[in-house]
Design a protein around this ligand. Structure first.
Ligand code: MRU
Ligand code: ZN
Length: 236
């Protein structure tokens, strides 16, 4: 699929809700929460057959719409050995986010419309204090989290379980272990990466964002409870 001369139109809009405008705005708000500092973290948005992705290794709070990559979804040849196809690339010498294969897991395995990656210290602390492969909490405000990230919202009496996978030096290498965890735990709404952060998805950017907020709140309170010696899971 060739990039055509109108490619810039894919990231040019006066609509504040256009993905090319939303990604910079949302990244700036995530920066203020401490989720995407030091160039880490980010968000991607899929609208039907197009995926909008931020550049790699840049100050995420200073992205402009013209910096956004647009890719077709699905990719014409999804083999990991073929080069990625783009509908539009920035004119600057930028590379797409290293998280692209992980965002793709959320699209392919959960039909997500958006995926958020944060380096929130609440999420990272949760991966350090929960030593197994699951973060668990119950009897808290978990109602904003959906089963599988796209199903029914959880109830106060449910136990929220978020799988934890090991980090790797290169983000691309997390793709398979993230996919395995998503298959092993089909009800999981997100995947934690130990000593790194979290990937959260949703049907659209609003649901991905609110679920990331809910989860971050739960990690924060869960970490405080654990440090205070309070059990985070109660029998119903
Ligand atoms: C701040 S280093 C970590 C990054 O390599 C990665 O995990 C990340 O969060 C963002 O990757 P990026 O390629 O800049 O979008
Ligand atoms: Zn990261």
């Amino acid at each position: 699929m060739a990039e055509n001369h109108d490619a810039d139109a894919l990231v040019t809009s006066t609509d504040p809700l256009h993905p090319a405008n939303l990604i910079p705005e949302l990244c700036a708000s995530f920066y203020r929460l401490g989720w995407v500092t030091g160039t880490g973290g980010g968000i991607c948005i899929r609208t039907g057959d197009k995926v909008y992705i931020a550049p790699s290794g840049v100050q995420k709070e200073r992205i402009e719409p013209s910096h956004i990559f647009v890719l077709p979804y699905p990719q014409p040849d999804p083999s990991p050995h073929t080069d990625r196809i783009f509908l539009r690339r920035p004119k600057l010498n930028l590379k797409e986010s290293a998280c692209t294969p992980l965002f793709w897991n959320a699209f392919e395995k959960r039909n997500a419309g958006s995926c958020i990656h944060t380096h929130s210290q609440n999420a990272v602390m949760a991966t350090l204090l929960w030593e197994g492969d699951l973060f668990e909490i119950s009897h808290q405000m978990i109602k904003g989290v959906r089963t599988g990230g796209n199903g029914k919202t959880l109830s106060y009496l449910d136990t929220l379980k978020v799988p934890i996978i090991a980090n790797t030096p290169d983000e691309e290498d997390l793709k398979d272990s993230m996919a395995e965890a998503m298959e092993k735990y089909p009800d999981a709404a997100a995947i934690l990466v130990r000593r790194h952060g979290i990937y959260v998805w949703g049907d659209d950017w609003q649901k991905a964002k609110t679920q990331t907020e809910c989860l971050d709140y739960l990690f924060e309170i869960g970490v405080k409870m654990k440090l205070a010696g309070i059990p985070t899971v109660l029998n119903n």
